[in-house]
Design a protein around this ligand. Structure first.
Ligand code: GLN
Length: 341
């Protein structure tokens, strides 16, 4: 009898202890189902959309299958949700500007970027030469080509190789994977990037490039050709959502302060001259690339990435921007959307 009472009370204690755990598990499952269903819904509604066109000023990008469509979400506690073509590799293009900026702020401080490049948006197209000329190389923003080439020139290291290794390692740490360069895309852009070379030369004439201008442009072109898939980009975005610490590896890639500066520049200039409209509707720091990738960050919660090559007139992935907008609305994840007390 004594033994039976003892056993029964033990069972009672165990079940009481397990109770909150079960509730937490149920809530977690519900939250997981909510995220996956938001992704599936956006994917199904947008997969047949035929709007926009692949970038073709870099010839290799015009060859990429326009129907690729992949969505990935990675939470700050390392959960991964995906749908569609998430293993397809593509060139990161302008999204690399985010991680190179993070590197420079981390190593040289926020003031360096503010004074030597500028952080206000130019309000002009990402490859505008006029933007450089108007302000004599000042206030050119790290997320348009002139500011991005200047930012790349500021990466620590006295040689091409040293700077490049530093950039690649940073991208690897954000992605928690060893990334490689898409050689055909790099060669294709290096052969046709006279416009970016001119931008770097013009910046140089105003003393606003901080390493050899031709080599800085080449390192920048190589960083834009780093191959990623949608899942990699979502992990990179999740690292930004998690204050600069990679949720999969647990390692600190950049400090929370650096991370905050990077998110701010993403909010004001991530989607080029459509950044204002984007923030107005979605409320999130984001960044797109002409390879068809786009990321957005819900600070403290999750990172989201989409790969879909056809672009709008500004150079943003059409399906990508629409899918993220829809998913953020469904999940009510706009940080400016506040439920009153
Ligand atoms: N490598 C591209 C360029 O310099 C990047 C542009 C982009 O993705 N918007 O033109």
């Amino acid at each position: 009898m004594k033994h039976l009472i003892h056993t029964l009370s033990l069972i009672l204690v165990i079940s009481i202890c397990q109770q909150p755990n079960t509730i937490a598990q149920k809530q977690r499952k519900k939250q997981q189902a909510r995220i996956q269903s938001a992704i599936n819904q956006a994917y199904d509604q947008l997969k047949d959309l035929q709007e926009g066109k692949n970038a073709d000023y870099i010839p290799a990008l015009a060859q990429v299958n326009s129907d690729f469509f992949g969505i990935a979400v990675v939470t700050v506690d390392g959960q991964v949700f995906t749908k569609g073509d998430i293993d397809e590799l593509f060139s990161i293009q302008s999204i690399s500007k985010v991680f190179t900026l993070a590197r420079v702020i981390e190593d040289s401080g926020a003031t360096t970027i503010e004074e030597k490049v500028g952080v206000d948006p130019t309000g002009l197209k990402f490859n505008s030469i006029v933007a450089v000329e108007l302000r004599k190389g000042k206030e050119i923003n790290p997320f348009v080509n002139p500011g991005a080439i200047a930012t790349t020139s500021l990466v620590k290291g006295n040689t091409y190789e040293a700077k490049w290794n530093h950039i690649l390692e940073t991208h690897n740490a954000f992605a928690n994977r060893t990334l490689e360069v898409n050689q055909p895309v790099y060669v294709s852009e290096a052969e046709t990037n006279q416009r970016n070379q001119s931008i770097a030369m013009l910046l140089n004439s105003y003393g606003r490039i901080y390493f050899d201008p031709a080599q800085s442009t080449d390192i920048y072109t190589r960083q834009c050709a780093i191959n990623v898939n949608a899942r990699d980009l979502a992990v990179m975005a999740a690292t930004l959502a998690n204050g600069g610490t990679n949720p999969l590896s647990g390692s600190t890639v950049v400090s929370p302060q650096t991370n905050a500066h990077v998110l701010s520049v993403m909010a004001i200039a991530g989607l080029y001259d459509d950044a204002g409209k984007w923030l107005y509707h979605v409320g999130l720091p984001a960044k797109s690339g002409v390879g068809g990738g786009i990321i957005a960050v819900v600070p403290g919660k999750f990172g989201i990435a989409v790969f879909a090559p056809p672009l709008d007139a500004q150079g943003n992935s059409v399906k990508g921007a629409k899918a993220i907008t829809q998913i953020i609305q469904t999940l009510k994840a706009n940080p400016y959307l506040i439920e009153p007390n």
